[in-house]
Design a protein around this ligand. Sequence first.
Ligand SMILES: [Fe+2]
Ligand SMILES: [Fe+2]
Length: 322
Amino acid sequence: MEQKPSAPVEDPALVAAFEARIAAGESIEPKDWMPERYRKQLTRMMSQHAHSEIVGMLPEGNWITRAPSLRRKMSLIAKVQDEAGHGLYIYCGVETLGVDRHELVTQLLDGRAKYSSIFNYPTLSWADMGVIGWLVDGAAIVNQTVLAKASYGPYARAMIRICKEENFHKRQGYEICATLATGTPAQKAMVQDAVNRFWWPALMMFGPSDANSPNSAELLKWRVKRKTNDELRQRFVNLTVPQAAAIGLTLPDPDLHQDAETGDWVFGAIDWPEFFEVIAGNGPCNRERLAARNKAHDEGAWVRAAASAYAAKHDRRATEAA
Ligand SMILES: [Fe+2]
Ligand SMILES: [Fe+2]
């Protein structure tokens, strides 16, 4: 009978030393020894994050040509461009784990990779640009502020830089919402409708509830994550409820109420079957997003070919000179 090769057994002394470093709050750097599981989990998490930044450009990119003023157009272009930068930055971070970026991009394009569920919802009105900046970038900040203390150095450092830009995104989004909310009745109705559509998907961005999150325990143990999905979701709700009230918008949750003892804003049940459908590729825009990414990738083939030819020419000249 043929025997399957068994998984490599890691030296318990190395694992113990690694875990002691984590416990001491040290940061793990690319050349340091790390358990294969740690490398795998980080690769999964960071690549999903990078893909989310890139796919996240699509719903907003759709509105650049329809922005209502030059000022709004400029800030939307800048935001979408920032997201591209975040994606590239995090792809570089994943490469420090020994993964080739082309492999990651291929996984995204052929539908094997996951990215944030939120970007599979359509952007139907200009108000969606405000609400995405306010709620989606706002949720990202809550997540990423904690990831800036992650145990893997390159990821943590990327988050510090990215969070600064996300703060601008959130502010420009909230400003759009505030402007519409104090505008004409039609504008107010438009922004309220956008909030109604994006509120629950924004809560889903934090991932499954702790009871149903298979990777959380390991990620917390290795301090890749410092807080659970449910803790982060609660923090986001607590921050957002007063922001909605301040501009006279309501959140579409009849069960939302403040707990007198903890001060937390308690929210109603999340539609988890919907979340898992979107994650499985059956959300309203999954197919459209992947098709748009593939089209952009195909249309960019000449840029990659030209860049490779240019690099080869320089290599050749350098060799000849030597
Ligand atoms: Fe971003
Ligand atoms: Fe952003």
